[in-house]
Write a protein that binds this ligand. Structure first.
Ligand SMILES: CC(C)(COP(=O)(O)OP(=O)(O)OC[C@H]1O[C@@H](n2cnc3c(N)ncnc32)[C@H](O)[C@@H]1OP(=O)(O)O)[C@@H](O)C(=O)NCCC(=O)NCCS
Length: 146
């Protein structure tokens, strides 16, 4: 089941981040994000077990995808695509004309997902992310014609 993220989901989201992401978001980051108006959706299995989520921020006609994450033991089963498709449909309804995201240049899985979903690379941000050794560039992707 796919449903909106609730405030009470934040501890589960943090736990998922910790086992999935290179630089996991903290509880505080999630709280600040939602206080600032971000919205998110989660894929939930019985009984209320979150296996993936997406967080986006709408700014007038622009949308930014801030986070997408699927539990490692659930990868490559279409959940990432499902979350992204759902978010794109929602923000289109809310008036988004373009959607942006940043991704580590080394994150081949995510880049493959974004390209498959119609995103194109539109720029780079040098040394944007912390990395195991030094810093890593972000690639900026965008999708129009939602
Ligand atoms: C990126 C991520 C969300 C993809 O989730 P997912 O549920 O595995 O994605 P899907 O099953 O919907 O895969 C969709 C497409 O993405 C690409 N993809 C996903 N995993 C891949 C892999 N291991 N290798 C190559 N391509 C991959 C493929 O094009 C795939 O389509 P296909 O299976 O028909 O070939 C997931 O790998 C993840 O949570 N990664 C860690 C967090 C992260 O990097 N988030 C992105 C930050 S910008």
């Amino acid at each position: 089941m796919l449903r909106p993220i609730l405030q009470s989901d934040i501890p589960q989201l943090c736990a998922l981040e910790a086992i999935t992401q290179q630089s996991p978001w903290s509880q505080e980051t999630f709280e600040k994000c939602f206080q600032a108006g971000s919205q998110g959706w989660a894929i939930v299995q019985p009984i209320d077990h979150i296996i993936g989520f997406i967080v986006v921020l709408m700014q007038v006609s622009e949308c930014h995808i801030l986070n997408i994450c699927v539990a490692p033991n659930q990868h490559r089963q279409g959940y990432g695509s499902q979350l992204l498709s759902h978010a794109l449909a929602e923000v289109k309804q809310q008036g988004a004309e373009i959607v942006y995201l940043e991704v580590r240049r080394s994150n081949k899985k995510a880049i493959a997902l974004y390209e498959r979903m119609g995103f194109s690379k539109v720029g780079e941000r040098k040394n944007y992310y912390s990395a195991a050794e030094g810093r890593e560039d972000a690639w900026v992707f965008a999708k129009q014609s939602l």
